[in-house]
Ligand binder design. Structure first.
Ligand code: AMP
Length: 491
């Protein structure tokens, strides 16, 4: 389908054309017509799939036909998002796609002064893009009204819930008219998100263009098992040996982000950190530098990086493995955006083994971790097996059935081994006893000795009654992740 077949008209189509978008993405194909037909929509949509345009374009299309003036402190369209960065990005996209119709879009986020926000809301706005906490503050202090809002978008709903915004969202939603149109988009669909949709959406149309929690297939994922204390060295190896066009290094904590940034800077590597303890102006400046190419390497915590949509990120590096598997998907989704390819490198230490396993369980295939000794150099050519597209096509079921096949094979081979061994040993023993008897008889015939004769006879009886000593069945048949963690790698 083309954009003009989705129900979009002149000024929007012109703006899309100047962005050089050839065709709508699958999420745009699915969402735009439903939205324009006034349906509520609940959708699983990964970042990087073009989901922002999927709701911003039809919102703008509606605004073309809007003839009512905005009421003071009111706004017909509300877009709720988890982070300031995502909010700013959406405002940017509204400006890009709406450059001809020029809607009034207001940003309401925490960490910024409330004064200018209150001023912008005074005469009302066409669209408000907000984080739930700050918007609720404005609603409570009666500088923002929700009673004229008729369209609500809940973007990255799972992340909003993770950040504890559920009570604020519920309060906001319950203050908006029941006849509103609502769209809920989420990268994953845990129960809490589903029940939010059930509570506030009216017979929503389901949209699921990307399989749940599957990373974009174009990402080349590499995992290295390393010692924790060698991570910094390996990170430097990556920067030294590879052409890093633009990279985000993910760490778990704000302190960790600062420490790593300082260490890398001391080694002469130009990096900057972005996390929740940095002021909004610092965060904006750092992101701007990263976006325009002044800064190539960004150290980030998950929350700060959630909304980052910067083109051409060539490498995502997981310096710390994420606490939750879903976060892995969000992280690596920063690369390979809009159909491009990218590399995701994870440095995993033994204490993070469980995290890696649960990521593999979630995505449904093995990441073929490669063990690196601290003296080795990390080069991307030295993985034993890169996870190719073919590997990635393995579904969870295949993975499970592989497990069953493996364990059955293992049991059968063990049985076979034990049978063969028994037979071989039995034959050998029989031969030895026969030889012993033969020798004894020979000796006896040369030197008759009654006592020896008796002893030999007893021995021979004893030997033939010897219990069969079982050989251990324990054998290594295939190396798995555990093997990798104990110093062996896959071939
Ligand atoms: P999003 O998933 O909304 O964060 O979008 C990811 C990227 O895809 C953004 O940089 C958009 O500019 C880009 N994009 C959105 N729609 C299209 C399209 N139809 N064709 C090509 N790129 C697109």
């Amino acid at each position: 389908m083309d954009f003009d077949e989705l129900g979009l008209t002149g000024p929007i189509l012109k703006a899309i054309a100047s962005e050089n978008y050839d065709k709508p993405t699958p999420i745009q194909n699915a969402v735009i017509p439903k939205f324009l037909n006034n349906h509520d929509i609940v959708g699983i949509a990964q970042t990087g799939t073009g989901k922002t345009a999927a709701f911003v374009l039809p919102i703008l299309e509606r605004l073309i036909k809007k003839n009512k003036k905005n009421l003071p402190k009111s706004f017909p369209v509300l877009i709720l998002v988890p982070t300031r960065e995502l909010a700013m990005q959406i405002i940017d996209k509204i400006r890009t796609y709406g450059k001809i119709i020029r809607p009034k879009a207001v940003l309401i986020v925490g960490g910024a002064k409330p004064g200018p926000q209150i001023k912008s809301l005074k005469d009302g706005a066409d669209i408000v893009v907000a984080t739930p906490g700050r918007l609720l503050d404005h609603v409570k202090s009666k500088v923002a009204y929700l009673n004229n809002t008729n369209t609500v978008i809940l973007d990255e709903a799972d992340q909003m819930l993770d950040l504890g915004f559920m009570p604020s969202i519920k309060l906001i939603m319950s203050n908006i008219s029941k006849s509103k149109q609502a769209v809920l988009l989420s990268a994953t669909m845990p129960k809490a998100v589903r029940s939010l949709a059930n509570e506030f959406l009216n017979k929503p149309e389901e949209v699921n263009v990307a399989p749940t929690a599957k990373p974009i297939e174009l990402i080349d994922q590499r995992v290295f098992i390393v010692k924790r204390e060698a991570k910094l060295k390996f990170l430097k190896d990556i920067f030294d040996n590879h052409n890093i066009y633009r990279s985000i290094v993910f760490v778990r904590t704000k302190i960790g982000a600062n420490k790593l940034a300082t260490k890398l800077k001391t080694s002469g590597i130009d990096v900057d950190a972005i996390h929740g303890d940095k002021s909004q102006s610092q965060r904006t400046r750092t992101l701007k530098n990263f976006r325009i190419g002044k800064l190539n390497i960004l150290i980030a915590t998950d929350i700060a990086a959630r909304g980052i949509d910067v083109d051409n990120i060539s490498h995502i590096i997981n310096y710390d493995m994420p606490n939750e598997s879903e976060i892995y998907i969000h992280r690596i989704g920063r690369t390979a955006r809009a159909g491009k390819s990218g590399i995701a490198i994870s440095l995993c230490d033994v204490s993070e083994k469980r995290k890696l396993k649960s990521i593999e369980k979630l995505i449904g295939y093995s990441l073929y971790a490669k063990v690196l000794n601290s003296s080795e150099t990390l080069t991307l050519g030295n993985t034993n097996k890169n996870s190719t597209l073919k590997d990635k096509i393995n579904t969870k079921n295949e993975l499970n059935s592989n497990k069953v096949v493996k364990s059955t094979k293992k049991r059968n081979s063990a049985k076979l081994f034990s049978k063969k061994a028994k037979k071989r040993f039995a034959e050998k023993r029989k031969k030895r006893i026969q030889q012993d008897n033969h020798q004894s008889i020979e000796k006896l015939s040369t030197k008759p000795n009654k006592r020896k004769d008796k002893k030999l006879k007893n021995n021979s009886v004893k030997n033939s009654n010897l219990p069969f000593k079982k050989k251990s069945n324990k054998r290594k048949f295939s190396l798995n992740l555990d093997d990798a963690f104990h110093g062996k790698a896959h071939n």
